[in-house]
Design a protein around this ligand. Structure first.
Ligand code: COA
Length: 373
């Protein structure tokens, strides 16, 4: 058995940014417009008026200050309220593949690897631009990688589950060098017309190179072990899918075709699940919380991260022990913990241990225990 290691990471950050104030101004203009257009139905009690959003609420409830997106013009247009992309021909790269190329090349550069040395590409993300052919195979071809490639989706835990899949294949010898990319265009499935959630998501793409620790050309992180767990829940759900046109009203502009969640229930149910998951993983590995130099947590909500950090460490972690990036990126689904890892890991010393952990829809939880090599 070989020891797998993370030898490179990269982040593609879209250059368009939406601040909370911009977001709220667009939502409130949309809400006023909706209320004016539906004044009679609202007065008759047939539909509810849309209440305004507020930047103070967003910051207080989530810790999010801004988000990067692939298209802000459509999102901020009260007559549109979603991103708008031009139609690409089948001969052009898909958007997810383009994002993945940028992040993937950065990760390969850090690892000191050429693309043709990669023999596995996993595109691990919450949504894929089309059902087939797999986006991962397109990325493999555009990069010039060898071997094989596949897409996988475990919502917010896609990246950590992808790391486990790649690490296990490296351990067994079926692959030698893997690229796990997570292009997350969360703006495409977020319901920007719902104030309860319109502030939650942003877009990004992360990439990690995994290979045998003995092959690493420079500083790296040995993957000591991984743990994945799932438990079915409808509290984060999206009903869009390939059977959409087969159902009565399936093609209508329905709320459940975008991201839906019972935020309070998610908060209450996921926190104990994640805390117990991390405690069990550390205990199996005979690692004490005090041995952990850093936690790279999923980036959904500041209060959730504060809670988990305190539970795991047994005290309030220093900001340096549990870095957050959600204030700048919002929730980027599976990419969040990997952005934190990519931006805040260079300073760890050989022997320092850390834990990457993601959690979300499914429910799903994935943790990766790493040690600086
Ligand atoms: N602006 C102003 N007020 C708002 C608002 C907005 N944008 N959105 C909601 N409110 C109101 C609500 O209507 C509610 O009003 P009420 O008390 O009169 O009913 C009040 O603010 C509190 O709403 P609530 O939804 O209970 O807020 P919260 O404190 O639970 O925060 C979340 C909302 C989504 C931030 C929080 O539930 C959360 O983080 N949950 C977990 C989310 C998560 O991580 N999801 C993972 C996705 S992968």
């Amino acid at each position: 058995m070989h020891r797998p290691a993370i030898t490179g990471s990269g982040v593609f950050t879209p250059d368009q940014v939406i601040t909370n104030d911009e977001l709220v101004a667009a939502f409130n203009a949309y809400a006023e417009r909706f209320n004016a257009e539906n004044a009679d139905a609202i007065a008759a009690g047939d539909i509810a008026a849309k209440a305004p959003s507020s930047s103070d609420f967003i910051l207080g409830a989530s810790g999010i200050e801004q988000r990067h997106v692939m298209d802000k013009t459509g999102v901020l247009d009260p007559a549109v309220m979603h991103p708008q992309f031009r139609q690409r021909s089948d001969d052009e790269p898909s958007i997810m593949a383009e994002m993945a190329l940028d992040a993937g090349r950065k990760a390969l550069e850090q690892a000191g690897r050429r693309a043709d040395e990669v023999d596995l590409v996993i595109c691990a993300a919450s949504n894929h631009e089309r059902p087939y052919p797999a986006i991962a195979i397109e990325i493999q071809q555009l990069l010039g990688a060898g071997g094989f490639a596949f897409d996988m989706n475990v919502a917010c835990s896609s990246a950590t589950f992808g790391i486990q899949a790649a690490a296990d294949m490296i351990r067994s010898g079926s692959v030698r060098c893997a690229l796990v990319v997570s292009p997350e265009i969360c703006s495409g499935h977020l319901e920007w017309r719902d104030r309860d959630c319109h502030f939650i998501f942003g877009d990004v793409c992360t990439a990690l190179v995994l290979e045998r620790a003995e092959d690493a050309k420079g500083a790296h992180f040995v993957v000591r072990s991984t743990r994945c767990a799932t438990q079915f829940s409808n509290n984060i759900r999206n009903n869009n899918g390939f059977l959409r046109r087969t159902r009565p009203d399936g093609l209508k502009d329905r709320r459940d075709m975008q991201f839906m969640q019972e935020g309070r229930k998610v908060f209450k149910e996921v926190l104990p699940m994640v805390s117990a998951h991390i405690a069990a993983h550390l205990s199996d590995e005979a690692v004490e919380a005090s041995d952990l130099r850093r936690l790279w947590l999923h980036q959904a909500n500041k209060s959730m991260n504060d809670f988990i950090g305190k539970k795991v460490m047994g005290r309030v972690p220093e900001p340096d022990e549990q870095p957050n990036i959600l204030q700048d990126y919002a929730n980027t689904s599976s990419a969040g913990s990997i952005i934190a890892f990519s931006k805040y890991s260079d300073d760890l010393k050989p022997g320092d241990a850390g834990l990457i952990c993601s959690f979300g829809a499914g429910y799903s939880v994935g943790s990766v225990l790493v040690e600086r090599g």
